[in-house]
Design a binder for this molecule. Structure first.
Ligand code: KIV
Length: 267
């Protein structure tokens, strides 16, 4: 089966069908997400810094680490598009460096597209990466790589000025060639207006129900990342509890001499 492409994303917007995306960071979970057959895109997000590496925020994860995790997910994905997330400082210093690093996600990571954060200020980078035949997923609103400038994880686009700026950013990124755009933590009416104005799909995370698609962090929806659950996320199962139960039962059986039994032994 061929992976979903930018054409499938565009077609879903045209048809008024919702796009469904999730993050994944390794082969095992990448395969589960992909095998579901219901996911359009897997983002190897820099959120892996927090949910896989245990860091305080996303700022420290490196290009090498991101490419490595993208490679693991790419090995698993035969159905969903794989998108590599450009980490902090991998595209900030120059257009050349942005294009070179974007290329690594394709050549080494096996991704079909990259994501980067920022509004009109990154449009030349989006244009140049797109001109290098690499599809770009843009990302505006709450952009976690900008937490130091934003003063924390705060909902964006609340004032009239901020709303206008985000609308202008979205239009600039579409004009620069982005194939879709993540809207994170913005008021749902603003997301609705941006979605109506753009011809490319909007992918919401904390941006309400009017977006063309949704994305969440896998570890949030399956309940294995406990440090916090953003208001916009929803836990659909509690794998932490199930894993803990399995670990405790295993220890109990080893201690009691129940495991291994003859069934798990060689003759
Ligand atoms: O890093 C990430 O996982 C993201 C999301 C949009 C969920 O940027």
């Amino acid at each position: 089966m061929a992976r979903k492409s930018v054409n499938d994303f565009a077609e879903k917007k045209r048809a008024g069908e919702r796009l469904v995306l999730l993050t994944a960071y390794d082969y095992t979970f990448g395969k589960i997400v992909d095998d579901s057959g219901v996911i359009d895109g897997i983002l190897v997000g820099d959120s892996l810094a927090m949910v896989v590496q245990g860091a305080e925020n996303t700022l420290g994860v490196t290009m090498d680490e991101m490419v490595y995790h993208t490679k693991l997910v790419s090995r698993a994905a035969t159905n969903a598009m794989v998108i590599g997330d450009m980490p902090f400082m991998s595209y900030h210093t120059s257009v050349e460096e942005a294009v070179r690093n974007a290329g690594r996600f394709i050549k080494e990571g096996g991704a079909q597209a990259i994501k980067l954060e920022g509004g009109a200020e990154v449009k030349e980078k989006v244009r140049s990466i797109t001109n290098a035949e690499i599809p770009v997923m843009a990302h505006i609103g709450l952009t976690p790589q900008a937490i130091n400038r934003m003063g924390g994880y705060k909902v964006q686009g609340k004032t009239v000025d901020a709303k206008r700026r985000l609308m202008d950013d979205a239009l600039a990124l579409e004009d620069a060639g982005a194939f879709c755009i993540v809207l994170e933590a913005i008021p749902m009416e603003l997301a609705r207006d941006i979605t109506a104005k753009l011809t490319i799909p909007t992918i919401g995370i904390g941006a309400g129900m009017h977006c063309d698609g949704q994305i969440l962090v896998l570890h949030d929806i399956i309940g294995i990342f406990e440090r916090f659950l953003p208001k916009f996320a929803k836990r659909y199962t509690n794998l932490k509890e199930e894993t803990l139960n399995a670990v405790k039962l295993y220890a109990k059986e080893v201690t009691a001499g129940v495991f291994p039994s003859e069934k798990e032994s060689f003759k």
